[in-house]
Ligand binder design. Structure first.
Ligand code: ADP
Ligand code: ZN
Length: 228
């Protein structure tokens, strides 16, 4: 990749990496700092489950088992979201694509609107440590800020630093047994995308085992370079 991009089209970044790698945390940083919109298929699917829609009903048990929801459902959800007006400033895809079929569908969607992928950022982590990371994490139910029992505790217990709400939630699938299934799904179905994006010249690797702040700076620098 020569680093240049068509200036008229909004940036498209993909965050790749296993569950627990920090995709959501980093996507939120990119939203704040670069005005991009985070599109998390995990969040969209959890909203579908909560709403009791047809897609949500189909996804619920699959997600609780740690398996991947069918490509048809996820692609349809992502396509609808991508068409909304706030995506016109550029997007960070968090948790999508997760299969080769999803990656190909994304290429077609973007081509239809004259867009392209600027970078697929791979958050490189140690799998074994992901189990601990995931089992300790929780989120503000009001604003979505992420926390961790060990690595990122709120300043006042049970109270969100960001919005002050006292409404922390833990995901149903964030338990040790489901995490193993999610890691397996990642290695079998998602890891092949590393070669897919490397082949397109857009893969960028970031060591994501250190402190959240250091990883943020590395990703911000990389994002600045591709958005130029
Ligand atoms: P994590 O990356 O920590 O596993 P996510 O919130 O991205 O968390 O995903 C949670 C679950 O939602 C996944 O285990 C899977 O069941 C489902 N899911 C999310 N994104 C996709 C996708 N692109 N394709 C298929 N299933 C997905
Ligand atoms: Zn909050």
């Amino acid at each position: 990749m020569d680093g240049s991009r068509t200036p008229q089209t909004p940036p498209v970044l993909i965050l790749l990496g296993p569950p627990g790698a920090g995709k959501g945390t980093q996507a939120r940083m990119l939203e704040d700092r670069f005005g991009l919109v985070q599109l998390s298929t995990g969040d969209l699917l959890r909203a579908a489950v909560a709403s009791g829609s047809k897609a949500g009903k189909a996804a619920k048990a699959v997600m609780e088992a740690g398996d991947l929801v069918s490509d048809d459902i996820v692609i349809a959800i992502l396509r609808d979201r991508l068409a909304q007006p706030d995506c016109a400033n550029g997007v960070i895809l968090d948790g999508f694509p997760r299969t080769t079929a999803q990656a190909e569908a994304l290429d077609h969607m973007l081509a239809d609107s004259g867009q392209q992928i600027d970078a697929a950022v791979l958050l490189e982590v140690d799998d074994v440590k992901m189990v601990v990371r995931i089992a300790g994490r929780f989120t503000c139910g009001d604003c979505g800020e992420g926390y961790h029992d060990t690595f990122k505790t709120p300043k006042v217990a049970d109270t969100c630093d960001n919005c002050g709400a006292r409404n922390m939630t833990r995901r149903a699938d964030d338990n040790a047994s489901t995490v193993m299934a999610r890691l397996d799904a990642y290695h079998e179905q998602t890891a092949p995308l590393i070669a897919y994006y490397d082949g397109k010249g857009v893969l960028r690797r970031v060591d994501a085992m250190g402190e959240i702040g250091g990883i943020q700076s590395a990703i911000a620098t990389l994002t600045e370079s591709v958005m130029r």
